[in-house]
Design a binder for this molecule. Sequence first.
Ligand code: TRP
Length: 328
Amino acid sequence: MPKKRILSGMRPTGKLHLGNYVGALENWINLQDEYENYHLVADYHVLTTDLDTTDIFNNTIEMVMDWLAAGLDPVKSPMFRQSQIKEHAELFLIFSMLITKARLERNPTLKEQVRDLNIENLVYGHLGYPVLQAADILLYKGEVVPVGEDQLPHIEITREIARKFNMQYSSDKPIFVEPEGKITNFARLPGLDGQRMSKSVGNTILLSDKPDVVTQKLRKAVTDPQKLRKNDPGRPEVCLVFTYHKKFNPSEIPSIETDCRSGVLGCVDCKMKCASKINLILEPILEKRKTYENNIESVKEILIEGEKKARSVAQQTMSEVHNKMLMG
Ligand code: TRP
């Protein structure tokens, strides 16, 4: 049995936070033996919300260093920049004919961004964001797309576009498979204030934060607002730090739960326990990141290698597309 193929990606906005790790990257790493993998840096996608490209290269390197440091293996999981494979733009053009404006206007992630970023005049490319994402996935015939849950609407649009293409141009033998999204139990790890973790809000723990920074940040994390004093009984079910324990310290969950409820465990101690568990997980990542930081050239080479592999798959798919559509 050949392995199924994974295609996933992230926009390069710089260093990753624990939400990115838990929501997607950790999953990519855990799945990389079971699947054939392709991981893209969605650099053109960044333009949909930010035209300033001054930091885009640097942000790409920072993000890819996090991928590598966390354990994504460049041999098993080639990594590449979307912008370096021209076929993304080409398939995007074709796909943009296969979906209506009304359908894209119904995309919930678009509505959310328009609201959160106060966008008054939506650019054409932003409306087409999921169309480019569909091209990203289908160029590699990705069957499984491990992402955070916010991305599921885009996977649905990708499925619709694949279906439409197959129906219109290759009903005899479909060339595209409809991909499936794959999310983790912790598809959305909240930020230190209990809201969605996001760098623009400033409520993140970064994958590259040093131990003292992690401890400082956790000190300020929100807990049960009714637990005011150390020995007040607490409610783990409404506590953010308890959520972090569930993810990063599962073996101590029963005792933390009992001791929080009974008031034996104070929030400061509980937070320090949590910080040390997180630091234990981050320690090897920090260590490995250092070796890449000292050798940025090696990171660039990994991208160039990944781009060679990606390009040959992308070219093959485009030749199939041309044969079905344009060669009579
Ligand atoms: N839209 C994704 C995000 O913001 C990034 C992305 C671009 C992506 N192309 C992709 C994810 C293809 C999965 C597959 O996180």
